[in-house]
Design a protein around this ligand. Structure first.
Ligand code: MN
Ligand code: MN
Length: 453
């Protein structure tokens, strides 16, 4: 069995881990939606010399090895490139993570009044255990687009302002009702309990409408808005030994952040390096900003064009000859729920980045099964730099399973493997990771971007 990495982390490296995770926690605390993550990525890219693709196309700018480019799709999906020395047709080195996380979305007509309360109706997004979202402070993050196109950022519940939340049933009256039985339709956020004394009817809703009005929002504007209820508060150190991080949305922002940091370190690689941050993974990678969309393919074509290398056949070759890490979290063995794990073959916290050769469930159904030839190349690359990794599965056979974007990218004919950080209580409002795994994931992505295809 692999050793706990802290055993080998001498002081110097321990300090690097702490520094890295300090910025990571800040990122997690401040970026709780796919839009916020996209704009974080853009700011970091700009600061590090990446240029916006749209502008380069307008100027018909010629790109060369070492040039850095980024492209943004609908403010929810972003792709970054560092152009390599070798032709695109020899393949790209792609690391792809998702920046959407499970949450509660406000409905398009969310406001209503009941028993002296004003409430906000929600529709949950992704795989949640519904009872976990009750009786905890929630924040609202999102945008409202006015009819004239004006975009209003809407964030409530961070810093020292108010929070909102969903009430839970008291145990005294729980007879016959199980906590686990919370229904999706019952996930209603309590927004207020104060009447608008000037209003003739719907006094409680009217009070909240006045609050919203001060922010420039009318009731009809919720139709053209995307507002997500997420756990309120900051990411923090976890454990008396501070060895772990607890925070919202670490699936999959832990991989998104480490990938972003890794591409910032990448200078004129052999093969073009690509950091791909996608939306909608938690609901099947559908839609224009999910990886099923043509956006990624189109964007590669545009970048190849600016490098003077685009034609249809070259594009096909570039995609087919690529290597990819589908960087997404996996389940860490949990001492409280040992029954569902096989500790011999599943991932452990503090034992390095985890590689799942295959995901899927019930006889590998739906799995991308990575090729051993590709895995051998990765082992060679990572062992040379002493990156700590573990070869894992997710849970006992026939216990369940999961999917990532791996199988979708594999459709191009490229080599893909799942690689990510092990997590405890994945998809809960607060998820737990190990600091050393976060750092090893970053080191893994740095080396992968340098790898000769
Ligand atoms: Mn994920
Ligand atoms: Mn997930």
């Amino acid at each position: 069995m692999k050793t706990n990495l802290w055993e080998n982390y001498e002081n110097e490296k321990g300090k690097e881990v702490e520094d890295f995770c300090k910025s990571y926690k800040e990122f997690l605390s401040n970026n709780k939606t796919e839009r916020e993550c996209t704009s974080f990525a853009v700011k970091m890219a700009e600061k590090n010399g990446f240029k916006p693709l749209e502008k380069l196309i307008k100027e018909n700018k010629k790109l060369n090895a070492g040039d850095k480019v980024y492209a943004v799709n609908m403010d929810k999906n972003v792709v970054l490139f560092v152009v390599g020395k070798r032709p695109f047709s020899e393949g790209l080195n792609i690391v792809g993570a998702h920046i959407d996380s499970p949450r509660l979305d406000l409905k398009a007509k969310p406001l209503y009044e009941c028993q002296g309360f004003c409430l906000l109706d929600t529709h949950y997004y992704g795989g949640i255990k519904k009872y976990q979202w009750t009786a905890c402070p929630l924040a609202l993050h999102g945008v409202v687009i006015k009819k004239d196109g004006t975009k209003l950022d809407f964030v409530v519940g961070e810093n020292d302002d108010c929070v909102v939340g969903i009430s839970d049933l008291l145990p005294h009256l729980e007879r016959g009702e199980k906590k686990e039985n919370v229904k999706g339709e019952d996930l209603n956020i309590i927004a207020g309990n104060k009447p608008d004394t000037k209003a003739k009817e719907s006094k409680f809703k009217s009070f909240i409408l006045n609050v919203l009005k001060q922010k420039g929002i009318d009731e009809e504007d919720f139709f053209s808005a995307e507002i997500e209820a997420v756990p309120a508060g900051k990411a923090r150190d976890f454990g008396l030994d501070k060895s772990m991080v607890i925070g919202y949305g670490q699936d999959d922002r832990v991989c998104a952040y480490t990938t972003l940091k890794a591409i910032m370190e990448t200078k004129t690689p052999e093969n073009t390096a690509v950091c791909l941050l996608v939306d909608k993974e938690e609901i099947g990678s559908v839609g224009a900003t999910g990886i099923h969309s043509k956006y990624f393919e189109n964007t590669v074509a545009e970048v190849m064009n600016l490098c003077g290398q685009y034609d249809e056949l070259n594009l096909r070759r570039a995609l087919q000859n690529s290597n990819m890490l589908s960087s997404d979290v996996t389940a860490g063995v949990d001492p409280n729920y040992l029954a569902v794990f096989n500790p011999e073959t599943d991932a452990h916290l503090a034992k390095g980045i985890s590689f799942n050769k295959f995901t899927g469930s019930y006889g590998k159904a739906g799995a991308n099964d990575a090729n051993p030839e590709f895995i051998a190349k990765l082992r060679n690359c990572l062992d040379a730099k002493k990156v700590s990794y573990q070869a894992t599965e997710m849970g006992k056979v026939d216990q369940g399973g999961g999917g990532t974007i791996a199988y979708i990218m594999a459709k191009f004919g490229m080599n893909v493997i799942d690689a990510g950080v092990p997590v405890l209580n994945m998809h809960a409002p607060w998820e737990i990771t190990s600091k050393v795994d976060i750092y090893e994931a970053f080191r893994c992505y740095v080396e992968f971007f340098k790898m000769k295809n």
